[in-house]
Design a protein around this ligand. Structure first.
Ligand SMILES: Cc1cc2nc3c(=O)[nH]c(=O)nc-3n(C[C@H](O)[C@H](O)[C@H](O)COP(=O)(O)OP(=O)(O)OC[C@H]3O[C@@H](n4cnc5c(N)ncnc54)[C@H](O)[C@@H]3O)c2cc1C
Length: 439
């Protein structure tokens, strides 16, 4: 099967030295897929397609390892993707501490539960310098050609169909490359999306501004701690090198004003949880603050000759830390759909429509919850009652942790029968923890 796929294509791809000479192939369909962007979405797509025997070029204007503005909580199902791809052991070998518990401190009480499943019980918080490099290397090992320091300047379109890219390496000349499909995995400011102008829907403006830094001397003991206060929220989890990532946020309405004193507002937010603030006072900040505010949107992720994956196709606020998990799941769905198209199993339109619908159905409820949480408004009264009722009920707290981790959908957690079960368990235990004491 693999041989057949390759035999359909130009064979003058590899020089005697085994290196692809782009000048030879520039104006032929040298590749099945060109992937623009090689981080959480792009490298897995390139890897999965290359593993199927397809000819893949992945380009990125960055070189790896390199950082990007993003915190990097990786929920258990994201770790599950890495395990399926044979990469989780590599991540663990980098010394990235696992996270077994997610805790949500609402002030009067804390809900603490396990975020994962029996197969994928643990989350991680890997530095992007390490995670993204690991993904790029895996794509290269699978046989994808990787060009780092390569900026795409133009998406080539002929007769309304995307046919390739034009770009340049750092010191090189402009080159054109052609492929059956160009994959835009180039993030929120996607050049591919800009060129093809996909339908954009369910948009919401930035809702939250968040800033983060890294601290030494702040052990977390395998917990991702979230603190929810009125108009403020922050979270902390341990990453590589004995450092702990702490991100704090406020409503987007305060973005411009608070930029004048990010550190002051960050520390003030943390003071709203005095016990954590005390722990932070014993720690040392090891990096400058970085942060962002991002828009929320869906884009139709395909059209003639192109597809979008990761943030290029769908973005949600980072308060629920779903971006890497979503990018991994998109990559799997999209690569599987492209395989069906390339192998002739399904027409492009059908394969991609399935990718589109599956993606949207999977994230719809989480998108709504994320946008609601990102306002940092206090939970509505009925939700407050539910959370208070969940306190001390381990299976309800596990459910809450799993929902926030994207392991189960908000639809499942807020299903009437689940809400009813949590409320009646609390009613039958009127002296339960939430009603007895704080935390
Ligand atoms: C402040 C903040 C905190 C976040 N925290 C989390 C979190 O804790 N957990 C989580 O899961 N998600 C988090 N996210 C979201 C997460 O960062 C993204 O969802 C994820 O990075 C998306 O991956 P991607 O591959 O789609 O895009 P990106 O990571 O943006 O990668 C796109 C790549 O495309 C390349 N590129 C772009 N244009 C071109 C071009 N013209 N030519 C060549 N290359 C190009 C770029 O160099 C880049 O490497 C956060 C985001 C922000 C902003």
């Amino acid at each position: 099967m693999r041989g057949n796929r390759k035999a359909n294509w130009p064979t003058r791809l590899i020089s005697a030295a085994g290196i692809i000479r782009s000048e030879e192939v520039a104006m032929t369909n040298a590749f099945d897929a060109i992937v623009v962007g090689a981080r959480c979405a792009g490298s897995p797509v390139a890897m999965l397609l290359a593993r199927q025997g397809y000819r893949v070029l992945a380009v990125d204007r960055a070189s790896f390892p390199s950082d990007t503005i993003s915190t990097h909580f990786l929920h258990p199902l994201g770790a599950g993707s890495l395990a399926r791809w044979g990469l989780l052991d590599r991540l663990a070998a980098t010394g990235c501490p696992p996270i077994h518990t997610y805790a949500f401190d609402f002030g009067p009480f804390t809900l603490a539960g396990v975020p994962g499943t029996a197969e994928s019980p643990l989350g991680y918080c890997p530095r992007r310098t390490i995670l993204d490099k690991l993904l790029v290397d895996a794509a290269a090992e699978a046989g994808a050609e990787i060009r780092e320091d390569f900026t795409v300047d133009e998406v080539l379109i002929e007769d309304g169909s995307v046919v390739g890219i034009k770009g340049r390496s750092k010191h090189g000349q402009s080159v054109s490359e052609r492929a059956r499909i160009v994959v835009g995995a180039d993030g929120r400011s996607s050049l591919v999306a800009e060129a093809v102008r996909p339908e954009q829907y369910n948009e919401k403006p930035p809702l939250l501004a968040g800033y983060y830094s890294y601290w030494s001397g702040l052990p977390m003991e395998g917990r991702l701690e979230n603190y929810i206060r009125d108009k403020r929220g922050f979270a902390a989890g341990q990453t590589h090198d004995g450092l702990t990532l702490v991100i704090a946020g406020w409503p987007y309405a305060e973005f411009a004003e608070n930029r004048k004193d990010i550190e002051g507002h960050y520390l003030k937010a943390i003071e709203l949880a005095p016990a954590f603030a005390e722990r932070l006072r014993g720690a040392t900040r090891q990096a400058r603050f970085a942060g962002a505010a991002v828009p929320n949107y869906f884009r139709k992720p395909y059209g003639r000759g192109w597809v979008l994956v990761g943030d290029a196709g769908y973005n949600r606020d980072f308060i629920t830390a779903q971006g890497i998990l979503d990018a991994f799941r998109d990559a799997e769905l999209c690569a599987a759909a492209l395989d069906r198209f390339f192998s002739g199993t399904q027409p492009f339109e059908n394969a991609m429509d399935e990718y589109h619908r599956t993606r949207d159905a999977r994230v719809e409820a989480m998108y709504g919850l994320t946008c609601q949480l990102a306002t940092l408004e206090p939970p509505p009264a009925d939700l407050q009652q539910l959370l208070a009722a969940a306190h001390g009920n381990q299976s309800a707290m596990d459910g809450f942790a799993r929902m926030n981790a994207g392991t189960i959908s908000p639809t499942e957690f807020f299903a009437p029968e689940n809400v009813e079960a949590i409320m009646s368990a609390a009613a039958s235990n009127p002296h339960g923890p939430a009603r007895r004491s704080s935390n």
